[in-house]
Design a protein around this ligand. Structure first.
Ligand code: HEM
Length: 433
């Protein structure tokens, strides 16, 4: 187990996890991260909150759970992504609770945490690399990596899905996109899952994680400084070169290039791992859906969208009210943190019919909020979709009689609904197509 898991779940094993009793009785989302029983299946709790308390206060924050509210907040012009506006952060800085090095690091935030005009400028520099056409060029690489991972395990009759496939796939693909060497990258200690999934880039709100999170950020910054220097002498047809060209035109600074590199790895890594694991888990638990995808591989697109809706990799995101405002009738005071519970909105019965059913033919699954909305809509969505389609369609087609060795698997305590390990047994491997 990683550091954070050890701290939160000392001595816990999967077989110690009782059924979902707590989700029936706990009144708020507070115990979510600290309670593995809820992490295993938070959805009964979300259904109860959607029914009884869809808007509620959590400390200094307001939690929004309904699809309509989350969607409106994502698009509200006065709802900010820059938590420097947050009353909580300001008071922690003023009281000296946050060490100076962390206060200094708050300036090194990627465009995910910035508002216009900086957000518009920085997103504009990189967006041309994320068109569906451009991303399609990475599909053969993704297919090759998935096929190789499956073949490597064929003789063993089982695959540790995360370690052997879902972890290396997105990191290698994103390294290719950035134009940096994947091998060296994979060797870096700072890229291990439990470290990436701590509250990275938000040390000011990371509580006990604050030093740890800032340390990971420092390691990554140093790593990308070296990569940026190497790329200056060796340009290519890649994202890092695109940013260095924009630097020449005065559109982005070197430190902003570094911030953007870190964002790409963090935003695109743990999330894609969870898309693949959550998707295969849902398919294995719904054999009719698995069979449907096996016989009709063109449904891979629907399987990816339905996974994102049904078992969302990112459970929630954060915003701050930049001024006193109203969201669908809820009044929010300036400086209040707003928690947008994407995973609950994606199961809102007012938006999706029979929301707890996993159905890869659902006609409106792509309307989920799992890629956010408004100006911060996930830039990497075409890349995530492509990798998810390749991985799920290939796993389902090539693994014969796939079966989980442990259900439920063990989850990590994080805003990414992340499984720690997931072994799948099979009787044989079909040839690559
Ligand atoms: C299943 C996989 C993924 C999920 C569920 C996901 C989800 C999200 C969400 C919810 C946001 C918006 C957060 C907010 O507004 O607070 C976001 C933003 C972003 N994502 Fe993804 N993401 C995924 C994969 C990727 C990949 C593969 C990349 C690229 C390598 C990527 C790059 C980004 C970037 C750059 C942003 C910031 C956009 C902006 O602020 O304008 N994501 N993602």
């Amino acid at each position: 187990m990683g550091l954070i898991e050890q701290k939160l779940f000392p001595g816990k094993k999967a077989e110690d996890i009782p059924a979902l009793a707590k989700a029936e009785t706990e009144p708020t989302i507070v115990p979510f991260f600290a309670d593995h029983d809820i992490m295993v299946n938070p959805y009964p709790l979300y259904q109860r909150l959607l029914r009884d308390s869809p808007v509620h206060e959590l400390g200094d924050s307001v939690v929004l759970m309904r699809y309509a509210d989350v969607s409106a907040a994502l698009r509200h012009p006065k709802v900010s992504s820059d938590d420097a506006h947050g009353a909580g952060q300001q008071s922690r800085i003023a009281s000296g609770e946050l060490p100076q090095n962390i206060v200094d690091s708050l300036g090194q935030r990627s465009f995910l945490h910035r508002d216009p005009p900086d957000h518009t400028r920085l997103r504009g520099v990189v967006s041309e690399m994320f068109t569906p056409r451009r991303i399609e060029r990475l599909r053969p690489l993704a297919q090759r990596l998935v096929d190789e991972a499956i073949e490597a395990t064929a003789g063993r009759g089982e695959i540790e899905l995360i370690e052997e496939l879902a972890y290396p796939l997105p990191i290698k693909v994103v390294c290719e996109l950035l134009g940096i060497p994947a091998k060296e990258h994979l060797g870096e200690v700072a890229w291990k899952r439990s470290q990436l999934c701590c509250d990275f880039e938000a040390p000011a709100s990371a509580g006990a994680c604050v030093h740890y999170s800032a340390g990971v950020q420092d390691d990554m910054t140093a790593y990308f400084s070296r990569q940026i220097e190497a790329k200056r002498g060796n340009p290519g047809d890649d994202l890092l070169t695109l940013m260095l060209e924009a630097e020449q035109r005065g559109e982005i600074s070197e430190s902003e290039i570094n911030d953007t590199c870190r964002l790409m790895v963090v935003a695109g890594h743990e999330t894609t791992i969870s898309l693949i694991t959550n998707g295969l888990l849902a398919l294995l638990r719904s054999p009719d859906q698995l069979e449907l995808l096996r016989t009709r591989p063109e449904l891979a697109t629907g399987a990816v969208e339905e996974t994102l809706r049904y078992d969302s990799p990112i459970q929630f995101t954060r915003r701050v009210a930049a001024e006193d405002l109203e969201i669908n009738g809820t009044r929010v005071r300036r400086g209040t943190t707003i928690l947008l519970w994407l995973a609950a909105a994606n199961r809102d019965p007012e938006r999706f019919t029979d929301p707890d059913r996993f159905d890869i033919t659902r006609p409106d699954s792509h309307q989920h909020l799992e890629f956010g909305g408004g100006i911060h809509y996930c830039l990497g969505a075409p890349l995530a979709r492509m990798q998810g389609e390749v991985a799920l369609a290939t796993l389902v087609r090539r693994l014969v009689n796939p079966e989980l060795t442990l259900d439920p698997p063990i989850y990590m305590p994080d805003a990414v609904h992340a499984i720690q390990a997931m072994t799948v047994k099979f009787t044989q491997v079909n040839p690559a197509s």
